[in-house]
Write a protein that binds this ligand. Structure first.
Ligand code: CP
Ligand code: NVA
Length: 310
């Protein structure tokens, strides 16, 4: 069966654990190599990845491109605006055509329904490079970063501050797979989709919602935030004002554990969701987190091609 990676649950807890182990091992094994050099075993030699972007990207684009190169394959990019998708060719027809020419498809799109449609009609793996609903590839990198920092996932305490968005949805999904707790501090009207919390709790995670940023970070091991205005959303002053009490700054970090780690998927809006002192401070892991997009995406690709997991 074709392995799509639309959500973390597509791989399941064991699959994501296998992806994380491979990402960590492969990163260590090639630490001394120039970035443009292939891994010695070139496990995806001869494979081509098509990347479709209907929204901007720096990390996702570069990490997938470098990932497939290091694994021995190649990538090509289709921009929404310059491909026929931008003129109305259907997602289903695009999926059928690309499946005849490439070995896998990564898509970043505004509407999650589009990626589900793509997966229904593609006969090659389809990977979620971010939708309005979720960002699973980012969270694989986040989990890798937390593991590499020496924190075990089960039972760890995470705090999310700000907007209840796509990145948070995937963190909550990960919490269900790895049994960690997430305290979500968001202003009224910006809560995450409750389906994610319900499912994670059914799997054994504890997801709690609060309006109090200090309460959320008290005793937390991992503090996470993201932009207050995601791609495709209006730049509303009212939203920015509502988010201000959830800014991750030194005062808030002081309420977390002394060794609490700070994560942000980037790009950051310094002075909004996070201050310079925190993102550039000693507890910030954001540059490791960004680098791990590359290592994580390599392992996701290998999983899609049946090289990892059961
Ligand atoms: N974090 C992330 O997905 O970054 P890009 O938007 O630059 O791809
Ligand atoms: N929540 C952000 C993540 C960017 C990587 C967005 O969707 O724009």
């Amino acid at each position: 069966m074709t392995r799509h990676f639309i959500s973390l649950s597509d791989a399941g807890g064991d699959g994501v654990a296998a992806i994380l182990a491979d990402a960590i091992d492969r990163k260590a094994a090639r630490a001394h190599l120039p970035k443009g050099t292939m891994d010695a075993d070139a496990p995806l030699a001869g494979r081509t990845l098509a990347m479709i972007f209907e929204k901007n990207s720096t990390r996702t684009r570069v990490s997938f491109d470098m990932a497939i190169r290091q694994l021995g394959g190649t990538a090509l990019v289709l921009e929404g605006g310059t491909s026929q998708i931008g003129r109305g060719e259907t997602i289903a027809d695009t999926a059928r055509v690309l499946s005849r020419m490439v070995d896998a498809i990564m898509i970043r799109t505004d509407d999650h329904a589009k990626i589900e449609e793509m997966a229904r009609h593609a006969t090659v793996p389809v990977i979620n490079g971010l939708t309005d609903l979720s960002h699973p590839c980012q969270i694989v990198a986040d989990l890798q970063t937390v593991l590499e920092s020496g924190l075990a996932l089960p039972g760890s305490q995470w705090a999310w501050l700000g907007d209840g968005n796509n990145v948070l949805h995937s963190i909550i999904e990960a919490a269900g797979l790895f049994k960690f707790d997430v305290r979500v501090a968001v202003p009224e009207g910006y809560e995450p989709d409750p389906r994610f919390g319900d499912e994670a709790q059914a799997r054994g995670a504890r997801i709690t919602l609060t309006r109090d940023a200090v309460e959320a970070v008290s005793g937390a091991d991992v503090i996470v935030t993201d932009t207050w205005i995601s791609m495709g959303q209006d730049h509303a002053e009212a939203k920015l004002a509502a988010m201000m009490p959830y800014q991750v700054n030194d005062a808030l970090m002081a309420a977390a554990k002394a060794d609490a780690r700070f994560l942000h998927c980037l790009p950051a809006h310094r002075g909004e969701e996070v201050t310079d002192t925190v993102i550039d401070g000693p507890r910030s892991l954001v540059w490791d987190e960004a680098e791990n997009r590359l290592h994580a995406q390599k392992a996701v690709l290998r999983w899609c091609f049946g090289q990892l997991g059961e």
